[in-house]
Design a protein around this ligand. Structure first.
Ligand SMILES: NC(=O)c1ccc[n+]([C@@H]2O[C@H](COP(=O)([O-])OP(=O)(O)OC[C@H]3O[C@@H](n4cnc5c(N)ncnc54)[C@H](O)[C@@H]3O)[C@@H](O)[C@H]2O)c1
Length: 292
């Protein structure tokens, strides 16, 4: 018997990356898969075929997870197409990095909308479905920076910390009705989101990780499988970090769309998590050191 036989999973932002790996992992364990992404283009269609090839029902839906009305409509459609929804993975996410003094309102609103409000949208739309079933597992894709913070990612870190608070609150609110909610906080995972980092930065990261490698989407998917399945039937309101412990994490700024390109003198922050405080120092860097 497969771990998710007879279950239906809904994964947001799953055309690629971690969401796709989660959908494939769940499908390999017998779950029918509904996934969403901004557009269902050739890439999303290819993901749909790859999942269906595992012998389960699979359909991709175009929806903007940040949009409340769009989400209500897509959840209604998925419930009609699949008959039930047992597992929700709030995975859709973006970064728009920047120092607070340069961050625009748009950068803040976009990241909070796509990363955090989206989870509210989906949980809100799915609550009646799961209450009726008196069962369900909700998984919020947070991040290690939602736990520790990160200079240059105040919008992203705040959204990911919000995902943790949301999961913990839902665990308390809906636990009596048989619904569990947890958060996963990945560290550095190699996907298209982190591809933008230079080889130098990636190598620097690897040196600081005891296993000497970044995580893979499958590493995250394995933890998601645990939380989705009955193996975790007594686990709720928890945050599982998919991160190989650093003795010292050095966090910094990305060069991405947040407008940091002009910062030749990037401020690098060093955190000693075991002591729970930040030491910020100045360091010249040609690269970037974002953490998702
Ligand atoms: N890669 C990492 O190192 C890392 C680490 C910690 C947490 N995470 C989180 O894991 C999740 C997946 O990350 P990834 O690395 O696979 O990213 P990715 O950019 O490869 O994939 C994200 C997917 O979300 C979709 N998406 C974006 N905005 C959307 C919207 N408004 N509505 C619906 N779909 C939307 C994108 O089209 C894309 O398919 C994100 O929430 C991210 O913050 C990633």
């Amino acid at each position: 018997m497969k771990l998710l036989e007879g279950k239906v999973a809904l994964v947001t932002g799953a055309a690629r990356g971690i969401g796709k790996a989660v959908a494939l992992k769940f499908a390999a364990q017998g779950a029918a898969i509904a996934f969403t992404d901004l557009v269902i283009d050739d890439n999303a269609k290819a993901t749909e075929s790859e999942i269906a090839a595992l012998g389960v029902k699979c359909k991709g839906y175009a929806s903007n997870a940040a949009d409340f009305g769009d989400t209500a409509r897509v959840v209604e459609q998925i419930a009609a197409d699949f008959g039930r929804i047992d597992i929700l993975v709030n995975n859709a996410g973006i970064t728009r990095d920047g120092l607070m003094m340069r961050m625009t309102e748009q950068q803040w609103d976009m990241v909070i909308g796509v990363n955090l409000k989206s989870a509210f949208n989906f949980i809100h739309a799915l609550t009646p479905v799961m209450l009726k079933q008196r069962a369900g597992s909700i998984i919020n894709m947070s991040s290690v920076v939602g736990v520790h913070g990160n200079a240059g990612q105040s919008n992203y870190s705040a959204s990911k910390a919000g995902m943790i608070g949301l999961a913990k609150s839902i665990a308390q609110e809906l636990g009596p009705r048989g619904i569990r909610a947890n958060a996963i906080a990945p560290g550095f995972i190699m996907t298209e989101m982190t591809d933008a980092l230079s080889d130098e930065v990636k190598a620097d990261w690897a040196k600081r990780i005891p296993l000497r490698r970044g995580g893979t989407p499958e590493d995250v998917a394995n933890v998601a499988l645990f939380l989705a399945s009955d193996l975790s039937s007594y686990v709720s309101g928890q945050v599982l970090q998919v991160l190989v412990g650093f003795s010292k994490i050095r966090l910094g700024l990305s060069k991405g769309r947040g407008g940091l390109q002009s910062f030749r003198q990037a401020r690098m922050a060093t955190v000693a998590p075991e002591r729970g405080h930040w030491q910020v120092c100045e360091k010249t860097t040609a690269g970037s050191n974002r953490q998702n």
